[in-house]
Design a protein around this ligand. Structure first.
Ligand SMILES: [Zn+2]
Length: 241
């Protein structure tokens, strides 16, 4: 069986689902990084998503706020969100508490308005670039709510939700753009993602995040693609891997 082509990385073909024995002869293996301290660090930095939908470089916190995706529904979209709790305050563990139904409604006046929500996202990217995962990508996280993209509703069914810790009007950090770009590449290597959009793009009038503070061009430059919106297939192929 011919190995499935995932794309290119550093000019070398990358493939999966094949052993050395059945690898097509014209497919080069990705050159392993040298076993030096620098090489080991670089290897550790390579973010990937496993078959169960978990990122290898994310802190895992389990959220019960998820369920099965509909059958035969490929993951084709990434939704970028912005969140901070209380709004405008960064740090602390309130986001984790909200997504795991442990937010104390008496700890802050704002918390009382959201503590009973049953919501989650697959990922959270902290201000320092730290990646937290709450829901495996294979499961449906509850991040988009009522939503439509290009005439297709129920965006949770076919998307991965990524929360950036922030607000609509405070610049997101360089570490967050760097981690988000790594995450997009890792997700594209695993899933047929064709669209990267903001929450406000799929719920206009109802949601505003990630806000004007999110610099789509900055992410687009890192990925070599126009954003938000359709993620052209040839470019996505170049990213895969
Ligand atoms: Zn959102």
């Amino acid at each position: 069986m011919r190995p499935r082509q995932l794309g290119t990385l550093n000019g070398s073909r990358v493939s999966s689902g094949a052993s050395c024995q059945n690898r097509a002869p014209n497919v080069k293996r990705r050159r392993p990084l040298p076993a030096t301290p620098a090489g080991l660090r670089a290897r550790a930095r390579r973010l990937s998503i496993d078959a169960e939908g978990r990122a290898n470089d994310a802190a895992q916190i389990v959220s019960a706020n998820c369920d099965d995706r509909p059958n035969d529904t490929p993951i084709s979209m990434l939704v970028v969100h912005g969140i901070s709790l209380p709004p405008g305050q960064f740090g602390g563990d309130a986001i984790e508490r909200l997504f795991t139904n442990r937010l104390d409604p008496t700890a802050h006046p704002y918390f009382a308005t959201v503590a009973t929500l049953r919501v989650s996202a697959h990922f959270l990217v902290r201000r320092n670039g730290m990646l937290v995962q709450f829901v495996p990508c294979t499961r449906r996280a509850w991040h988009a709510g009522e939503s439509t993209w290009r005439g297709r509703g129920r965006c949770n069914d076919f998307s991965v939700g990524v929360e950036l810790e922030g607000t609509d009007d405070v610049r997101y950090t360089a570490a967050q753009y760097a981690m988000l770009a790594r995450l997009v590449r890792a997700l594209c290597a695993r899933y047929p993602i064709t669209d990267i959009v903001g929450h406000r793009d799929i719920a206009p009038g109802r949601k505003t995040d990630p806000g004007d503070a999110f610099d789509w061009q900055r992410l687009a430059r890192k990925l070599g693609s126009r954003l938000p919106g359709n993620f052209a297939t040839p470019r996505r192929r170049r990213l895969a891997g």
